[in-house]
Design a protein around this ligand. Structure first.
Ligand code: ADP
Ligand code: MG
Length: 322
């Protein structure tokens, strides 16, 4: 299968003709019409072998995740995704692999009404770069720089499952299905992001670990924060771990793809009720402070010093050991 057969195969498998697509795959560029009165929002993210996924990753999981991590960025902006481009670098043209990859990608694209409108296909070490475009209302938005001192910090879902799955896989230990799903099939919190748009002062999606990502919100907002380790939401697998190990995974482990957002304290109940609306648990895990440090406290109020800061390329050190 050569380059153009491969592109054709992808284009047939993944929906490409949704709203706003005037010209899709096949020409030198796509032509899109943004919805009237909406701003265009764009994000891109790359997944590289051994950095973002293990070499034995299932193709369908990789297809899902390459799109999911990008949709998660739009979720954190409160945006509605519309269009996507995919830059695919493959070591070879394996039809079965490509079909599985396209299936994982297509299922998620379809469930959010996202159209594949272009991309690029090259030969080389396995790498996927996805670019998503979407709509954002003309005013308002969820940026990192809007938090105020005293605002509560909320997170969706559970934290630390994907990091625990990665540790177990690296150690050749068995991985429970719900942990594997957290690592392989993250669910972009798009509906929550759009719901939070009316309420939150700042928002970020959790890709590098809560400590590092809340640190980005704190820095952008010129603030510090206190995190309450006893309030970090965890699955039963996490709750069964010794507490320091659990907190390290939840604070420093990457790949959660949950939303972390800040709300004024008087909007606490309204914010928590969004969890019921979206059938997604929300937890208050801390608050923003004057100053510039993000610090962690245990349930007894004593400071807790995490083992690492979070994932950063060229520095590593993201993940604490199992
Ligand atoms: P060009 O040489 O003009 O850059 P290409 O040959 O790279 O064009 O691509 C041909 C068409 O196929 C373009 O419309 C491009 O957007 C699309 N395309 C290429 N690779 C992908 C891909 N991985 N996913 C979606 N569309 C793709
Ligand atoms: Mg090209």
């Amino acid at each position: 299968m050569a380059e153009f057969d491969l592109i054709g195969r992808l284009a047939r498998a993944i929906p490409g003709q949704g709203p706003g697509v005037e010209l899709g795959i096949g020409d030198d560029a796509a032509i899109l019409s943004p919805a009237p009165g909406q701003r265009l929002v764009v994000a891109t993210d790359t997944l590289n072998e051994n950095i973002h996924f293990l070499p034995d990753v299932h193709a369908a999981d990789l297809g899902h995740k390459a799109l999911a991590v990008n949709l998660s960025d739009l979720a954190a902006m409160g945006a509605e995704p519309r269009w996507v481009l995919m830059n695919l670098t493959l070591p070879g043209a394996d039809e079965a692999w490509l079909d599985d990859f396209a299936e994982g990608f297509a299922a998620l694209a379809l469930s959010h009404g996202v159209s594949l409108v272009g991309g690029d296909t090259c030969q080389g070490p396995l790498s996927v770069t996805v670019t998503v475009l979407g709509n954002l209302p003309a005013s308002g938005g969820l940026q990192r720089d809007g938090a105020r001192a005293g605002d509560l910090v909320l997170v969706s879902g559970n934290l630390g499952d994907a990091a625990l799955a990665l540790n177990r896989r690296r150690a050749d230990k068995p991985v429970e299905p719900h942990l594997a799903a957290a690592m392989d099939r993250p669910v972009p919190r798009l509906e929550l992001g759009q719901g939070v748009l009316r309420l939150a002062s700042a928002c970020i999606d959790l890709s590098d670990g809560l400590l590092a990502d809340l640190g980005h919100v704190a820095r952008a907002s010129g603030l510090g924060a206190v995190l309450d380790t006893g309030a970090l939401p965890g699955s039963t697998a996490l709750q069964g771990l010794p507490r320091n190990q659990r907190w390290n995974l939840q604070l420093c482990g990457g790949d959660d793809y949950e939303l972390c957002f800040t709300v004024p304290p008087e909007r606490r109940d309204e914010a928590l009720s969004l969890g019921e609306t979206h059938s997604l648990p929300l937890a208050v895990v801390g608050h923003m402070t004057e100053g510039e440090d993000v610090v962690c406290k245990g349930p007894d109020g004593a400071p807790f010093q995490p083992r690492a800061l979070g994932w950063e390329h060229f520095r590593g050190t993201g993940l604490p050991d199992d």
